[in-house]
Structure formats: structure tokens, C-alpha cells
Write a protein that binds this ligand. Structure first.
Ligand SMILES: C[S@@+](CC[C@H](N)C(=O)[O-])C[C@H]1O[C@@H](n2cnc3c(N)ncnc32)[C@H](O)[C@@H]1O
Length: 467
């Protein structure tokens, strides 16, 4: 490890800790408690004053550096696009941008249409170019993009480590494993806890092998090798125990492996890192994490810590809310902004109903309501939400009070949410830098790079490591 390299990442992480700790109330707040916890009033006074004057369009331009003529968000003509924002607010946004890992889009972003078309392209099934039809069947365009880009990196790591064996942890329905095996001819051990995913994976394999035989006739080079293992990887198990779950002792001695995981949620990513750092037979790592809120808390000392992992940040803490915020994406929310104000009001609706929950002795109750409910008019939405937690429907005066609050404040709620989004990439950066530091403390060569198009796949930072 170069000392300067380690010192650079350490200093960056410390600055992030300092910056995030300064903005802890914003980072740790729930938007649904906007009214009940008076979040707006906790912002610095100068921020409240200027943000009340600026339009959402102006806010996006000045704070998020996003200009889009198609933003369909401004209903209030009393607000201005150009307001001189306080220096502390501009410094907040500039510092957040400079401390976040650059999420630069990949070179071949033309494979999927940009934002607006981008999201829809994924939802409505436009296909990723440069990926054979064999690997597109049953695979959504977002996943097509991810497997194509990640497999290139995995193949490079395999070449660098002269290793053709891959362990794909949390393989789901095996889309990545299948592409690695049949396109790159790697030997893949695909591990998954949920049996129905593996049943589907086996079915898709059967179809692809039949197609490959038809397409390539007797070309042996086009045949890959995947073995599936149904196994829940225990984060507390040691490396030997985990490896012996799916490898015979013979192959453990003889073979080396590259460990990979695409969107391994919560602790599966940190388990992978520990396994890689401790197991002699694993020589390479390619990891893309997600669902940071599911990481083990440090208050559970019997469990391996999810954040921080490194000794360098041992005393730092990130709350559940902060780790949940790290999974949000400015790019995805911008798509919502383009869809218009009705769609944006949902946060204010939910926040307003929290007032009624509080009156009934409830706090942030888990709502089990169908998705379509959020598309109903407010009255019907409120009735469905309240009924789902056995709270009686709004009386006349509550209805008037809530409608007034929503009308007056929904734009402030959107802005409050956007302020939180400004720091979201800083939290993700800190979590991933902690993982780099964990590896670097062990003298392992590792790096982070943005690989997926963030408009298509916001968790786009890939950690690679070589021993
Ligand atoms: C977000 S999905 C990603 C699936 C796949 N890698 C992909 O990108 O399509 C995460 C997968 O990891 C599996 N998983 C989570 N924790 C696991 C564990 N401890 N052991 C094995 N599989 C696990 C889940 O069941 C799920 O299928």
C-alpha cells in the first residue's frame, strides 16, 4: 500500500465525517415527520427565508446544478427562479458535491436513452445494445446494462489474477453468472439463499443451453459452466467455514477464485469483503453493494460491524436514517420532478397524516397499502392509509387543517427532501471509503469506480480488489 494513497482516503473520510456530523439533524430526519418534528424550523433561519422565496426550478438550478426546461414543478408564481442564497447554503451544496465520489456516467451511455427516456426505456423494455439476444431474454434492460458492464470488469480481474473461477454471491436468478459462464467461459459457482430464485435460474439455464446449442452447433468454446448452491451465507461464519459450504476440500486446495456480487444487499457486501480479505484461495473481488440501511449496527457488538468496517473510522457512527438516505438518488428524484407536482405531493400527504397518527399515539406506523393508493386523490389516499392502521377517517376540521398545510408547504417539503438528497452521495461515499480503508489497512490493492449509468442504475460504484 502506498502511504500517501491511504492518507488521501483517510483524510477524505475524516472530512466527510466532519461534514456529515455538522448536518446530522438534516441527515437523520424522516421526511414523514416533517410536520410533527418541525423539521423546517430546525434549518438555519437564513436558509428558511431564502428557500421560501425561491422556486423549485431555481433551487434545482442553484443547488443541484440541474437545468431542465421540462421540469414541471412550479405552480406558485409568487416564487422567483433567481434568489441570492446565503453563503452557508451555497457552501453546503458545494462541499457536498466536492466530497462525493464522482458518479460520472460511463462512456457508452448511448446504449440507453438519457433521463426522461432513460427510466421509461428501462420500464418499457428497450434493449441494451452489444448484448446478445441470448442474454437479454427474461432480463430487464436495467439488469442487462449492469451485467454487461460488470462482467467486463470481472473478466479483467480474472485476467489480472490469472483465474477463471468465479463465486457469485447472492446470484438471484443467475443473470450475471449465466453471462460470465456463457459469454466469458468462466467457471461460476452461483450462491443464493432463496430457493425459488434458483429454480428460476435453472429454468433459464436450460433455455439458454438449448439456444446456444442451436446457435453455435458444436462450438465447444461457447459452453460455460455454472453450478448453483442454495445457501444462506452467515455473516458470523469464518472464511474456512463459508468456503467449505460450497467447495470440496480438494478444489479448495487447488483452485483460486474471484469473489463477485452485484447489488449484494446490506451485510452480504461486508461479509464478502471479510471473506475476501481472510481467505487465501480468493485472489480477486468485484463488489457492488446496496441497501446500506440493512447493515449491522455497531450497537450489536456480537455481530460484525457493517459500518464502520475499518479501524480508521472505528468511532464514527451513521444512523439507520442516514444509511437509508445513502440509497436515494438525485437522478431518480429528478425524474419525479419532471413528472409534475401531483406526484411530488405524496411526501406532504404522508407527512400530514403523521400528525393524525401522533394524535392517536402512533409514530411512523408501517403502512401496508397497495402502490396504487398513492395515485388516488388525497381524500381516498387518506381514507385508505388511516384504515390500514385502524385509525378513523379525518373529521371535517382535521381535513381543512391538513389541506391547508399541504397547500402551504408541499413545495417546502420537496425542498427539504432535495436538501437531504444533496448529502445522500456523501453518505454513500463515506460507507464505500470505509470499505476501501478496511482493505487498505490490510495492504490490499483496491479501488472504486463508477461503472453503470447512474440514471439507469444509481448504485453504480464498483469496488475491485486484488491480492
Ligand atoms: C438485490 S438481489 C441481487 C441479485 C443478483 N445479484 C442480481 O443482481 O440480479 C440480492 C440477492 O442476494 C441474496 N442474498 C442476500 N443475503 C444473502 C446471504 N446472506 N446469503 C446468500 N444470498 C443472500 C438475496 O436473496 C437476493 O437474491
Amino acid at each position: 500500500m502506498s502511504t500517501s494513497d491511504f492518507a488521501f482516503y483517510l483524510q477524505w473520510s475524516k472530512l466527510l465525517c466532519q461534514f456529515l456530523d455538522m448536518h446530522q439533524p438534516l441527515m437523520d430526519s424522516y421526511i414523514i415527520e416533517y410536520f410533527t418534528e418541525s423539521h423546517w424550523n430546525k434549518l438555519p433561519n437564513s436558509w428558511q427565508v431564502s428557500l421560501s422565496k425561491i422556486s423549485l426550478q431555481g433551487f434545482c438550478h442553484q443547488m443541484l446544478k440541474i437545468d431542465s426546461p421540462s421540469l414541471n414543478i412550479d405552480q406558485s408564481h409568487s416564487k422567483c427562479t433567481a434568489v441570492i442564497l446565503p453563503l452557508s447554503l451555497l457552501a453546503f451544496s458545494a462541499t457536498a458535491a466536492s466530497l462525493s465520489y464522482p458518479y460520472t456516467p460511463i462512456d457508452d451511455k448511448d446504449t440507453i436513452e438519457p433521463l426522461g427516456g432513460g427510466g421509461r426505456a428501462c420500464e418499457y423494455g428497450s434493449q441494451v445494445s452489444g448484448l446478445s439476444h441470448l442474454f437479454r431474454r427474461h432480463v430487464k434492460p436495467k439488469k442487462q446494462h449492469e451485467i454487461k458492464e460488470l462482467a467486463k470488469i470481472i473478466n479483467e480481474v480474472c485476467e489480472n489474477t490469472k483465474c477463471c473461477n468465479v463465486i457469485d454471491l447472492g446470484c438471484g436468478q443467475g443473470h450475471l453468472s449465466r453471462y460470465l459462464a456463457y459469454h466469458y467461459q468462466l467457471n461460476v459457482i452461483a450462491v443464493e439463499a432463496v430457493s425459488c430464485h434458483l429454480k428460476t435460474a435453472l429454468l433459464y439455464d436450460k433455455q439458454i443451453t438449448a439456444d446456444i446449442e442451436k446457435t453455435f452447433k458444436n462450438d465447444e468454446t461457447k459452453k460455460g459452466n455454472i453450478s448453483y448452491i442454495e445457501q444462506m451465507i452467515d455473516p458470523e461464519a469464518g472464511p474456512e467455514e463459508v468456503m467449505s459450504l460450497f467447495l470440496s476440500s480438494e478444489s479448495k486446495k487447488r483452485e483460486e477464485y474471484v469473489l463477485v456480487g452485484l447489488h449484494t444487499c446490506g451485510n452480504l457486501s461486508t461479509t464478502m469483503l471479510r471473506l475476501f480479505s481472510e481467505s487465501e484461495s480468493i485472489t480477486g473481488l468485484v463488489s457492488v453493494g446496496c441497501c446500506y440501511m440493512k447493515l449491522f449496527k455497531t450497537e450489536e457488538p456480537h455481530l460484525p460491524s457493517g459500518y464502520p468496517m475499518s479501524s480508521s473510522l472505528a468511532n464514527h457512527r451513521l444512523s439507520y436514517e442516514a444509511r437509508e438516505l445513502a440509497c436515494h438518488s438525485k437522478e431518480v428524484y429528478m425524474k419525479r420532478l419532471q413528472e409534475g407536482s401531483d406526484h411530488l405531493k405524496i411526501h406532504s400527504w404522508r407527512a400530514a397524516l403523521e400528525i393524525i397518527f401522533k394524535k392517536n399515539g402512533l409514530r411512523r406506523p408501517q403502512l401496508k397499502i397497495p402502490k396504487r393508493v398513492s395515485k388516488l386523490p388525497f381524500n381516498n389516499y387518506a381514507a385508505a392509509v388511516l384504515q390500514s392502521v385502524n385509525v378513523s377517517h379525518l373529521n371535517e376540521s382535521d381535513m381543512v387543517m391538513i389541506n391547508q398545510l399541504i397547500d402551504d408547504q408541499w413545495q417546502n417539503i420537496v425542498m427539504y427532501f432535495l436538501l437531504r438528497l444533496v448529502i445522500a452521495p456523501c453518505i454513500e461515499t463515506l460507507i464505500l471509503l470505509d470499505r476501501l480503508l478496511f482493505l487498505k489497512e490490510k495492504n490490499i490493492k483496491c479501488s472504486l469506480q463508477p461503472v453503470f449509468n447512474p440514471l439507469v442504475s444509481p448504485r453504480n460504484l464498483v469496488l475491485t480488489a486484488l491480492k
